[in-house]
Design a binder for this molecule. Structure first.
Ligand code: PLP
Ligand code: COI
Length: 340
């Protein structure tokens, strides 16, 4: 660990690491791929990604465990979700086994950037791909680049485990054509106005509602949402226009199998917020960030868990999930991939 980084005070930002992975798709096939030190990308002015935003990405983390190993959490799930994103955006799939190999390779090369155990930091891994050749008419590119870079990161929301505040915005998530379920750069670009506006007004994030009826809870700009009912059931919105979070799927499993709780995916109406005792955002970046309050056009919903600490069930879910990731709790089969 010879990198001069203040691991305990990292935010969620880009820090250049030494190596990244690159593979190019041309004439109907992916090349062998290689590791490079060059962090720049040079593109034709009319590249598909620049004109019609033909790009998708993934996000996962490498963790240092209590016994000083470096591990990844469920990279096969990211590989398969990226395949879904690519198909939806008419891009060639980067083979899932090669995705996992490339993730391992790039982490191994940047091993000194994996933060030490116990400081609340991890090495964020960002696989992504984009159309590279010139296009003019609205159609998919023929050539693509797949890359993976890494960056050491700390908590996504400033203030550590302090509960955050959400607001229900006037804007839709604006996932065009219901493509919110894929991790497309376009979906995030369309959410930037809402997030800047939320921050200006003092909120940490937006809680988006379904765009068809604006009555059901969807997700936030960079994380899914879970709630805890007064009788300790974990509930989370069922919707096919939100991103299928790997963290959320893992938490629902943890709730049932490790904590013996009931866990249910179902439609959640905005009026129901008053009935919940806890709320939290879940995702690779967000981990499990408690939500203390939601503001819906001047109406405040303060969850009984309050603005000072994580709710009791949220804390149990958080401790179990991070315990599995950090090698303190026996994982379900296949969840932890050891890199070194
Ligand atoms: N929803 C959105 C919009 C996201 O950007 C993310 C992050 O990837 C998530 C949910 C959480 O997904 P995961 O748990 O797979 O990281
Ligand atoms: C992740 O959690 O990996 C995400 O992609 C969230 C993000 C938008 C930073």
């Amino acid at each position: 660990m010879n990198k001069n980084i203040d691991w305990s005070n990292l935010g969620f930002g880009y820090i250049k690491t030494d190596y990244r992975y690159v593979s190019n798709y041309k004439d109907g096939k992916w090349d062998n791929g290689n590791i490079t030190t060059d962090e720049t990308v040079t593109l034709n002015e009319s590249a598909g990604v620049l004109q019609y935003a033909q790009t998708c990405f993934e996000g996962l983390k490498a963790y240092r465990t209590i016994d000083n190993k470096v591990v990844c959490f469920r990279p096969d799930m990211n590989a398969s979700r990226m395949a879904d994103s690519a198909k939806r955006l008419e891009m060639p799939v980067f083979p899932e086994n090669r995705f996992i190999y490339a993730v391992k390779e790039v982490v191994k090369r940047n091993i000194d950037f994996v933060p030490p155990y116990g400081l609340g930091a991890a090495l964020y891994i960002r696989p992504y791909m984009f159309g590279t050749n010139p296009v003019m008419g609205v159609k998919p590119a023929d050539e693509y680049q797949f890359r993976i870079f890494t960056s050491p990161v700390g908590p996504y929301f400033k203030g550590g485990a302090k509960p955050i505040t959400l607001r229900v915005p006037d804007f839709d998530r604006a996932a065009p054509l219901g493509t919110g379920h894929v991790k497309a750069g376009l979906n995030y670009a369309m959410s930037l106005h809402a997030i800047v506006d939320a921050h200006k007004q003092g909120y940490n994030e937006n809680m988006y509602l379904d765009s068809a009826t604006r009555t059901k809870v969807e997700e936030t700009g960079g994380a899914n949402i879970i709630f805890v009912t007064k009788d300790n059931k974990v509930v989370t919105p069922k919707s096919n226009t939100i991103l299928p979070s790997i963290t959320r799927r893992s938490l629902m499993y943890v709730a049932k199998k490790y904590l013996g709780l009931q866990a249910e995916e179902r439609e959640i109406r905005i009026e129901e917020l008053n009935d919940f005792k806890e709320c939290a955002l879940c995702g690779t970046a967000a981990v499990l960030s408690p939500v203390g309050k939601v503001v819906d056009h001047g109406k405040e919903i303060l969850f009984p868990s309050g603005m000072e600490k994580m709710g009791e069930i949220t804390k149990k879910l958080y401790d179990t999930l991070t315990g599995i990731q950090m090698g303190k709790i026996e994982p379900p089969e296949g969840w932890i991939v050891t890199i070194e």
